[in-house]
Design a protein around this ligand. Structure first.
Ligand SMILES: Cc1ncc(COP(=O)(O)O)c(C=O)c1O
Length: 462
């Protein structure tokens, strides 16, 4: 029998806190009958967010094309029926067959058109690969660009731990740079330079920088100038950029605006920095995490390099077909005049308004609690909450992973399941936890009340 000790050390070392110890304990408690509010993961449908109707109509018809031979006009919008037929014309073999490695062509063409329309820049469908979600896209890129054990990827601190875990799996180095909590979690050049120089001093070789915008776990949206600064930095130090833009639709603040790296780079006329951009159907207002659907766009690479990315994808044959179609539907939603347009707009507006309201409630209410503070999320689905404990506690606290202890006690006491800041990385001597704001509004209101009572009790028992 395979023993634990014979497993790959890289696997044993990889850490993914979003589904770590606190969540395992939450599941145990749930089995024992405790009511758990899962705020550990951005999984909107788990909170009964309704799937977008047009997506599921088209997908249903593709999964069971015999329906198209029946009178289904009372069940499906006419444009969904028309779309399903068009898709089946393009892929008569349906969604049960493999596609070309990079994905079905009409969907890649639609992704390029989406980028052109979003950013008013050129986009090439032959530089797009459809993937099983953004995770697979990022993992492919990391697999491809880490050549030597000293090669590393600059990662934000705090970061989404899929990046560090994947680096551990492929045998590369995580090179953290601190986001500026005092400045809405923007990046700053000194911190980038400091991280880069420290890595060099330690004989590491930074090959690329990852930027998550809007941010997970921070909920921050980067300004145009900040993105410009990052591109200039990457150019100066010959780094590729991994732009994780899965939350591009999730912007809640009136003053914040999403700028893609592709657009800013185009407007700067930079053509010598390689850019990998990721998008996903798991987030936005779709929340289709289970469909494992997304794309990777690559800019500024020669043909032979792109071909290697297609080869890498071909080792997995191709992304799942339902996910590829879902991605196609994400980038080409119903248009005004289509029968399903009104429902689409209504559903989209409802989901985004609801998230916006909850982002503000959680941000505002947490800031009323003595000892907790947060940058009110401008985007994404998360708040990264700072826990201020009495000074005497802090040094001891960091060593003893007190953020994990705090989250565990919060779970045991209230049933609220959040992720300790240490799972994402945090500035030395600071403590945080990340919570989503996906539960229904009433539950969010209750959650902050419970948090307030818990925090007070926690301080008293220290
Ligand atoms: C920043 C970021 N990138 C990527 C992902 C994974 O996306 P996908 O479900 O498309 O793999 C997540 C999921 O939470 C995320 O927060």
């Amino acid at each position: 029998m395979l023993s634990f000790n014979n497993l790959s050390q890289r696997l044993l070392d990889a850490d993914y806190a979003v589904r770590g110890r606190i969540v395992t304990r939450a599941q145990d408690l749930e089995k024992q009958g405790k009511k758990i509010t899962y705020c550990n993961i951005g999984n909107p449908h788990a909170f009964a967010q309704k799937p977008m109707t047009y997506v599921r109509e088209v997908l249903s018809l593709l999964e069971f094309p015999d329906l198209l031979k029946k009178d289904i006009s009372s069940l499906f919008h006419p444009d969904s029926i028309k779309r399903a037929k068009l898709i089946l014309n393009a892929i008569p073999e349906g969604v049960g067959a493999y596609s070309a490695s990079a994905g079905v062509e009409f969907a890649r063409v639609a992704v390029a058109e989406f980028i052109r329309n979003r950013d008013n820049i050129p986009a090439d469908s032959d530089r797009i690969i459809l993937t099983d979600g953004a995770s697979k896209a990022a993992q492919s890129v990391i697999t491809a660009i880490i050549k030597n054990p000293t090669d590393g990827l600059m990662l934000p601190v705090p970061q989404y731990p899929m990046y560090s875990a994947t680096l551990t799996l492929v045998g590369g180095q995580s090179i953290g740079y601190y986001l500026d909590e005092a400045n809405h979690w923007q990046l700053n050049e000194e911190s980038l330079l400091d991280s880069y120089n420290t890595a060099k001093m330690n004989k590491l070789n930074p090959v690329a920088i990852t930027v998550i915008n809007p941010g997970n776990p921070t909920g921050a949206v980067l300004s145009y100038d900040n993105i410009k600064m990052i591109i200039n930095f990457a150019r100066k130090h010959n780094l590729s950029i991994l732009a994780d833009e899965v939350y591009q639709e999730n912007i809640y603040s009136k003053t914040a605006k999403f700028h893609s790296f592709a657009k800013v780079m185009h407007e700067m006329q930079v053509t010598d920095v390689t850019l990998f951009s990721f998008h996903s159907m798991s987030k936005g207002f779709y929340g289709e995490c289970g469909h494992r659907s997304g794309y990777l766009e690559i800019r500024n690479v020669p043909e032979d390099v792109f071909a290697q990315f297609v080869k890498l994808q071909s080792i997995n044959l191709c992304a799942n077909l339902a996910g590829q179609i879902a991605c196609y539907l994400m980038v080409s939603p119903p248009k005004p005049g289509d029968a399903s347009y009104e429902v689409y707009l209504q559903e989209k507006t409802h989901i985004l308004n609801n998230l916006k309201e909850k982002a503000q409630i959680i941000g505002y209410e947490i800031n009323q609690i003595d000892g907790l503070s947060v940058n009110i999320p401008e985007g994404a689905m998360y708040a990264f909450v700072k826990i201020d404990l009495p000074a005497a506690q802090i040094n001891r606290a960091v060593e003893a992973a007190i953020d994990e202890k705090y989250c565990m006690e919060l779970l045991e006491d209230t049933g609220i399941c959040v992720v300790p800041g240490s799972g994402f990385g945090q500035f030395p001597n600071t403590l945080h936890f990340r919570t989503t704001f996906l539960p229904p509004r009433e539950q969010i209101i209750k959650l902050v009340e419970q948090l307030k009572v818990f925090h007070k009790k926690y301080l008293q028992q220290l």
